[in-house]
Write a protein of this length. Structure first.
Length: 639
C-alpha cells in the first residue's frame, strides 16, 4: 500500500523539520541572535545582517543538538564546510520566518503557550507529587540554557508564532486525484527484465598478486591499514538513573501521592464501539462527497429507528474491510488509538448511544458505543511499587538538576583529577581502555561524539586535563580524562599482509568482472545470442524482486522507446550486471481505499513542495541573501 512513499515519510518529515519548521524551542532563533552582534556579515534578512560570530555560535548549538539526537553521528560530518553552510541556511531560514511572523502579525496566545509548555517532557518531569511545578528546578533547567523562565517562555512563544508561517501552507495543500494518479502510475510502472550478474568473487581465482604488487598497494593505500588513535581513560557519570539508587522515600509522601493520583495511576478507561463507514476518496469532487453523505444520513436514520439492527447494517453496508464482517465491531480501545474526531465522539457518547454523522479523513462514520471498561480501583499496597518508582524518578531528576552545576564546576575548576567531583557527589570513577576517537556501537556514554571530541582535544591529551561536563543524554552529564594516549600508526606490512592481499584481490576481481560484463554487453547489443540471462521477471519500485538498488534504478530508467533495451550497471566491489528490459507494463490496479490513502500521502508531498516555494517567495520578499560562497561537494576518490 504505497510502501515506497510511506517508507520514506519520516525522511520527508525530517526534511521539513530542517528546511521549513523553526528550530526546537530549546534552541530557537533568539538563541542565535542574542550573542555578540559584532563581526563581518555573512548573510542578511530584511536589511539586518547575520554576523560571523552569530554563525559560529549557531553551528555550535546545532552540532550539540544533533549529537544529542544522534549519538553515533560521525563528528567529521558536523565539522565539514557543507555542515557549516547548512547551519547558515537554517539560520537565514529562521530569520526569514521570524520576520514573516512579525510582518503577518502571527502571535501566540497565552493558552497556546501554556499547552506547549505542558507537553514539554523535561518540564513535566519537574512536577511535585501534588501536581504543582517545582519552580526552583524549573529555573535551574532553563538556566542551563542561559535563560530566565521569562526569556525561555518568550522564546517558545516566538517559535510557535514562526511555526504558523509554514504550517499554514502545509495544512492547506492538496493534489487532485486525477493529477496524483498520473504521477503515481508513472512512478510505479512495471518492467519485464532479464539480468546477468558478473560477480567479482567469481574472478578472484584469476588474481594472483606478487609480493611487489602487494607492497605497492600497501604503500599507495597506507591509511587503510592504520591502527586507530586510542586512549585509556577514566570518567564520571552523573545521571538521574544512578541517583535513584541512593534515594530514601518518606512513607507519608508515598501515601499522599497515592491519594492525589490514584485515578491516573490505575490506568485509562477503554471503550468499545462499532461503526459503519462509507469511504470518500481524497480529493473527490464535492458532488460525489455529498452523495456519500446523503447515503450515510439514510443509514443513520435506519439504525436510530432500530438500534438492534446496527451490526447487521454494518455488515451489509460498511466499507471498512477490517470491521464490516464483524458487524463494525472495533473491540476495546483507549484514547489515542483512533483519529481525533472519531475518538472525541466515542468518549462523549453514553453506553448504547448512536452518534450523528462523523467525518474523518476516511469518510463518514456512524458510531454506536457498546461498552465501557473502567480501570479497577487498586489498593495502596498494590500500587506502592509503581508509586515509589515514579517518586524516585521525580526526586532523582530534581536532585540531578541541583547537582549538575556543582558537577560542571568541580570538573572544570579542579581539572587535574576527577576525584574531587567524585568525592563531593558520591560518584564512582569508571575506567575504560582502548577508547577510539571514532564512536563505537557498544561504547555507551563513551560513544558520544561531543565527549570524544573533548577527550581527544589537544588540551586533554597533552595536559591530561578533565573534559568539560558533556550532556550525553537526557538528565545525564559525563566528564572524562585521558590516562594514557596512543597515537594512530600505520601497521607494518608484515602485520597486515594478508589483509592487503585480500583488498588487492577484491579490487582486481571487481575490475575483471566489469571488463567481462562490458564485453558481453557489447556482444548482446550487436545481436549475439542472449545466453546466461536470468528468466524474465517483472519489477517495479514496489516489487524490487531482490535486485540491488542501482540495478533496479537502471532498469526503470532505460529508454522505453526502443525495446529491448540493454543497460550495463557497475556494482562497485560486487562486480557488474547487465539488464535487458523486455517490456513496459502499467501499474497493477489498486483498490479504492488503497488509492485514496496514496493520494492523501501524495498530497502531503505536494504540500511540502508548495511550502518550499512559499519559503523561496518569502526569501525574495525580505531580501534574504547569503554573502559567503557555498562549498563545492567533495570529489569522490577513485580506488
Amino acid at each position: 500500500m504505497f510502501e515506497t512513499i510511506r517508507n520514506h515519510k519520516r525522511y520527508l518529515m525530517g526534511f521539513l523539520m530542517i528546511v521549513i519548521i523553526p528550530s526546537f524551542i530549546f534552541v530557537g532563533v533568539e538563541g542565535y541572535t542574542r550573542f555578540d552582534s559584532k563581526g563581518a556579515a555573512v548573510a542578511s534578512v530584511d536589511g539586518k545582517k547575520i554576523t560571523q560570530p552569530e554563525w559560529d555560535q549557531a553551528h555550535q548549538i546545532e552540532s550539540q543538538r544533533l549529537r544529542e539526537a544522534m549519538p553515533t553521528l560521525d563528528a567529521k560530518l558536523l565539522d565539514s564546510e557543507e555542515a557549516r553552510y547548512a547551519t547558515l541556511e537554517r539560520l537565514v531560514r529562521d530569520r526569514v520566518l521570524a520576520t514573516a511572523a512579525q510582518k503577518l502579525n502571527l502571535f501566540t496566545s497565552d493558552q497556546r503557550l501554556a499547552r506547549e509548555l505542558q507537553q514539554n517532557e523535561a518540564i513535566a518531569a519537574l512536577r511535585k507529587p501534588d501536581g504543582s511545578l517545582d519552580m526552583e528546578a524549573y529555573r535551574t533547567l532553563v538556566a542551563r540554557q542561559g535563560m530566565t523562565p521569562d526569556m525561555f517562555e518568550a522564546r517558545v512563544r516566538a517559535d510557535l508564532s514562526q511555526r504558523q508561517v509554514a504550517q499554514s501552507i502545509v495544512s492547506s495543500g492538496f493534489a487532485p486525484t486525477a493529477l496524483a494518479a498520473v504521477s503515481l502510475n508513472a512512478f510505479f510502472e512495471q518492467r519485464e527484465v532479464q539480468v546477468a550478474r558478473f560477480n567479482a568473487a567469481d574472478f578472484a581465482a584469476r588474481v594472483k598478486p606478487t609480493d611487489a604488487e602487494i607492497e605497492a598497494f600497501y604503500t599507495a593505500n597506507a591509511p587503510l591499514f592504520q591502527a586507530p588513535e586510542q586512549a585509556d581513560v577514566e570518567y564520571l557519570v552523573l545521571d538521574a538513573a544512578s541517583l535513584q539508587k541512593g534515594l530514601t522515600l518518606n512513607a507519608a509522601d508515598v501515601r499522599a501521592y497515592y491519594d492525589q493520583n490514584a485515578g491516573r495511576l490505575a490506568g485509562t478507561e477503554e471503550r468499545r464501539a462499532r461503526h459503519i463507514l462509507l469511504t470518500v476518496p481524497a480529493g473527490a469532487p464535492a458532488a460525489d462527497k455529498e452523495a456519500v453523505r446523503v447515503k450515510a444520513a439514510a443509514l443513520l436514520e435506519q439504525v436510530r429507528k432500530s438500534p438492534a439492527s446496527f451490526a447487521e447494517v454494518a455488515k451489509a453496508q460498511s466499507q471498512d474491510p477490517g470491521s464490516a464482517a464483524n458487524g463494525g465491531d472495533l473491540d476495546f480501545f483507549a484514547r489515542g488509538a483512533m483519529v481525533k474526531p472519531f475518538e472525541d465522539v466515542v468518549y462523549a457518547l453514553p453506553k448504547g448511544g448512536i452518534s450523528d454523522l462523523v467525518e474523518t479523513e476516511f469518510g463518514f462514520h456512524i458510531i454506536q458505543l457498546t461498552d465501557i471498561k473502567s480501570p479497577p480501583q487498586r489498593s495502596f499496597e498494590a500500587m506502592r511499587p509503581e508509586i515509589e518508582t515514579e517518586l524516585r524518578q521525580q526526586q532523582a531528576q530534581k536532585q540531578f538538576a541541583e547537582s549538575a552545576e556543582a558537577f560542571s564546576n568541580l570538573v572544570y575548576e579542579q581539572a587535574d583529577s576527577l576525584k574531587p567531583a567524585a568525592d563531593r557527589l558520591k560518584l564512582e570513577i569508571l575506567t575504560a581502555k582502548g577508547v577510539q576517537r571514532q564512536p563505537q556501537a557498544a561504547a555507551g556514554v563513551l560513544g558520544n561524539e561531543r565527549l570524544l571530541a573533548a577527550l581527544f582535544a589537544p588540551d586533554a591529551i597533552d595536559k591530561k586535563r578533565n573534559t568539560e561536563a558533556v550532556e550525553t543524554g537526557s538528565n545525564q552529564l559525563v566528564a572524562a580524562r585521558v590516562v594514557q594516549h596512543f597515537p594512530a600508526r600505520t601497521r607494518p606490512l608484515d602485520e597486515v599482509r594478508e589483509t592487503v592481499r585480500l583488498r588487492l584481490v577484491a579490487q582486481r576481481s571487481a575490475e575483471l568482472a566489469r571488463e567481462e560484463g562490458d564485453k558481453q554487453l557489447q556482444a548482446w547489443k550487436a545481436g549475439g545470442a542472449a545466453a546466461g540471462l536470468s528468466p524474465v521477471q517483472t519489477v517495479s519500485r514496489e516489487k524490487a524482486q531482490g535486485l540491488p538498488q542501482p540495478l533496479l534504478i537502471a532498469a526503470l530508467s532505460a529508454d522505453p522507446k526502443s525495446l529491448p533495451a540493454w543497460v550495463g550497471v557497475p556494482l562497485g566491489d560486487q562486480g557488474y550486471a547487465v539488464v535487458k528490459v523486455e517490456k513496459v507494463l502499467p501499474r497493477e490496479t489498486r483498490e479504492a481505499r488503497a488509492l485514496g490513502q496514496e493520494v492523501q500521502q501524495y498530497s502531503q508531498w505536494w504540500a511540502a513542495a508548495e511550502s518550499l516555494a512559499y519559503y523561496d517567495t518569502l526569501k525574495e520578499r525580505f531580501k534574504a541573501r547569503i554573502l559567503v560562497s557555498e562549498p563545492k561537494p567533495a570529489a569522490s576518490i577513485a580506488r
